[in-house]
Design a protein around this ligand. Sequence first.
Ligand SMILES: [Zn+2]
Length: 479
Amino acid sequence: MSKRVRKVLSFVLGAAMVAQVACGGLTGDRGGTSKGGARPAPHFEPGFNIFTPEQDVELGRRSAEQVARQVPLMNDAQTVNYVRALGAKLAAHAPGQKFAYQFNVVGTRDINAFALPGGFVFVNAGAILAAKDEGELAGVIAHEITHVALRHGTNQASKAYIAQKGLGMLGRVFGRDNDLGQLIGAVGGTGANMLFLRFGRTAETQADLEGARIMAEAGYDPRDMANFFKTLQAKGGQRTPEFLSDHPDPGNRVASINQVLPSLRVSAKPVHDTREFADVKARLGGQGAREALASQAEPQRTGPSDPTNAPQQGARPTQPSASFTQYQSDDGSFALQYPDNWDALVADDSNMIFAPKGAYGEMNQSLMVTHGIFIGAVAPKARDLPSASAAFVRDQLAANPDFRVQENPRAINFGGREAYATVVAGPSAVTGVTEIDVIYTTATADGRLFYLITMAPEDEFAAYQTTFKRLIESVRLAR
Ligand SMILES: [Zn+2]
């Protein structure tokens, strides 16, 4: 069994899926080959986001200004310069968007660090004091850099926005009148009172693993990050260190970091301790200096305590109409009937989406859907239907790494054809609510793989079954 490295998802039809169309048919001679190899290092892509990277910077700047009014920033040159130099060394290996990172030290004793969108990273003096060596501090900073680089803050704000307004609003968000202030207001106020400071499990896992890669590339030992977490967790008796409430353990945090070690090129002689670190730590820990540190001054936060389970109210599309209307594809490859209050959207010649208003939106040349179906035909990646179906399901999961197979493929009869049905489920990229999708696959007369994916949130799954069943029974494929 090989383990796929998780990437951030988007439920995409559009470019990604269509790009797979190539020569070779289900009845052809050549199947796809996949190359095995060394386990790849962690690499994650930024997730769903309705903000531009420039807006991340603008949002982060506004939030950072607010933070500066709420917490005591240190201006001790030796301490601040040391953290900035260490931060810059690590940020040079940041994934994703290249932000201009800025590092500041908060003069408080609580053990924490936080990052705002666009590259504004804050490290508490307490975190420096709690770190045993420079490697451990590097681990904390690499973790924060990853939250910025993968745009976790605005990803959360995006989900909150969509949960409130529905996907149908996307068109307006991307319109010329796109006003950042309005957008921010819609997700609950400005600055640090937002969703930027506390992350969910997926973001935490990514920050740990991608952070481990950053550490290795910058000449550190990722085990030092794991050690820092162990130290934090061991702080029994006292109240939970702030770092752990803002950056909750996604589960087996230390084990996960150790697990990716073989995929990383860790230096034979990684940096653990440095003179500079020892000096700064001694400086902060000295009598007087330590007392001068505020005991606790955290940026005000009014966001949800667990963003993973953030806003779930949200706009839901209107119930599907019982009255169906006919659709016939231009190339005659398939025909079906769908509720007459749904929209039919063309992704390309032979790939379509049928979905109610408010349940789909276009983003980064991808179409995202929360309720409805994807339908189309692609070049198969294997000669026989079971293998081609399995490969297709794998591709869907690769694009939606939080999704899991819930029911293995079972053979079914699809309008008289041999077909397979696979049930997958996972948190919707858009709303965070669990989504249940059924992937149907069969072969077309011209040797392509025909697919139909039904999508609905778990709590509306049953309500949509009548519609899906009727729609599927109406599908006619060219002979
Ligand atoms: Zn974190």
